[in-house]
Design a protein around this ligand. Structure first.
Ligand code: PLP
Length: 462
């Protein structure tokens, strides 16, 4: 056994302290994270260093237990604090793949999708269309037809879509269930690109045109409006904006009734933040659900409307903490008195969040979890872009070539936003649980990278 004098300045500092009771979004590491006798990081009962040896590098490692716990906490907290019917649906844009869909479905959640491709992925995973809600601010006619063929509920975003849908359903003489997305005019303190609820947003109907929207919807025989939706942004730590949102939506529910629309559903979107660094302090899933549920109930009482079915659609907080990305350390460059760069074998193509949103992450050296973090380095990616920095000023135990550097909390908006920039194949993803690992997404090969290329005959050299 290794003796560990202090965990305060080693990779061990990020291990979850009370994994049985912790809300996953408040943990820096997956709930199953431990350290074994070889001083290696272990997740889902699997040694991370061995996983990289077997499945290659970089590697997304998804902990099934953390993902299932998160789903369960959402489902049970809504049931506990909301007197009406409730449903958590997974905003699959955070990471859309068949295995995650299957796990989330087995925990009783529904799905938010935003493209024909995301509808297709959920259907391929065997999800019932009755549990799928289709978003998007510029859905194509083809996507709408696909959605209608599949029988999913459509969350209508704007007048053009409403007209197009009325025309298509009229031609088909088949009724579609729709929910209207409205912009609630609520500000929250998060990055500009992930704020969606303020009035100057590309998403949703402008509330100044709410009467016109309700009137128009009521006129179309084949559009069955069943609810209202609003989403105010992402990575939110404050509770007040969702409290305000419940009030705004309950008021609109009452107004819809005045226009003859008897709606059953209010969807309050997602947005709960997660802990990427020590200073991030999001509320727990339970506290967030409680706030949403109680404030909606109070608002319904205030406006004298019956309790609707409450839907919430978390993405980041559902899958973010469950995954880590393991890289292999390569070159070191010391710029005297300025900075030491440590390069890894991935970067902005597998995690575009730092270069897009200046997002912060924490990392550990998975093969030396008890070594003292005695050096400040900048972890750089391998792409031809100076801004391809995974973590600036990371405190690590002097990373050496061959070390396995693990970046924490990479489950949300990493794989789903990944690219092939520099013709680098997307990494594999493995699902770990109770000591077993299974590939859920294969690593892209060179052949995969040229699969869609076409070389006209006249350009062939050989
Ligand atoms: N719902 C909608 C409409 C969204 O646009 C998003 C994210 O952008 C989400 C849900 C999920 O948000 P989060 O990942 O912050 O929970």
């Amino acid at each position: 056994m290794l003796t560990v004098e202090s965990t305060a300045n080693t990779g061990r500092q990020y291990l979850p302290e009370n994994p049985e009771t912790l809300s996953p979004n408040q943990s820096l590491m997956p709930l199953t994270a431990t350290v074994n006798d070889q001083d290696h990081l272990v997740v889902g009962g699997c040694d991370v260093v061995e996983l990289v040896e077997k499945y290659g590098s970089p590697l997304y490692i998804l902990d099934e237990h953390t993902l299932r716990t998160t789903c369960r906490q959402y489902r049970e907290s809504l049931q506990k604090y909301y007197s009406g019917e409730s449903l958590a649906i997974y905003a699959s844009k955070a990471w859309s793949c068949m295995a995650i869909c299957a796990i989330v479905d087995s925990e009783g959640l529904g799905f938010d999708v935003v493209s024909g491709g995301e509808i297709y992925t959920t259907l391929q995973a065997g999800i019932s269309p009755t549990k799928i809600y289709f978003h998007g601010n510029n859905k194509s006619r083809e996507e709408l037809n696909f959605a209608l063929d599949s029988g999913v509920t459509i969350i209508v975003d704007n007048f053009l879509e409403l007209e197009m849908l009325a025309e298509i359903t009229g031609d088909r003489q088949a009724t579609a269930n729709i929910i209207l997305r409205l912009t609630p005019g609520i500000e929250c303190h998060t990055h500009e690109y992930i704020r969606t609820g303020h009035l100057d947003s590309k998403f949703g109907f402008d509330p100044n045109q709410i009467e016109e929207t309700f009137t128009l919807v009521g006129r179309h025989d084949y559009l069955n409006c069943i609810g209202l939706h609003a989403h105010i942004g992402s990575q939110i730590f404050e509770q007040q904006p969702h409290k305000d949102l419940g009030d705004v939506l309950a008021g609109w529910l009452k107004k819809a009734g005045e226009y003859g629309l008897n709606l059953e559903i209010l969807n309050l979107g997602g947005g709960l933040g997660i802990r990427y660094t020590e200073s991030d302090d999001p509320p727990s899933i339970e506290a967030w659900c409680r706030n949403v549920a109680e404030s909606l109930e109070a608002a319904c009482l205030k406006y004298g409307v019956g309790l609707p079915k409450l839907i919430v659609e978390p993405g980041r907080s559902l899958v973010g903490t469950a995954c880590i990305t393991a890289y292999t350390v390569g070159s070191r460059k010391v710029v005297p008195e300025i900075r030491t760069y440590v390069s890894v074998d991935g970067g902005m193509s597998d995690n575009p969040r730092p270069i897009t949103y200046q997002s912060l992450y924490r990392s550990v050296v998975a093969n030396r979890m008890s070594d003292e973090c005695n050096e400040t380095v900048t972890v750089a990616g391998k792409h031809c872009e100076s801004g391809d920095v995974v973590i600036k000023d990371a405190r690590l135990p002097t990373p050496q070539p061959g070390d396995i550097l693990v970046v924490l909390d990479t489950g949300a908006y990493n794989y789903s936003m990944a690219s092939n920039y520099n013709r680098i194949g997307r990494p594999a993803a493995v699902l770990v649980n109770e000591g077993e690992a299974q590939v859920i997404i294969r690593r892209e090969t060179y052949d995969d990278l040229v699969r869609q290329d076409c070389l006209p005959e006249r350009l062939r050299q050989i």
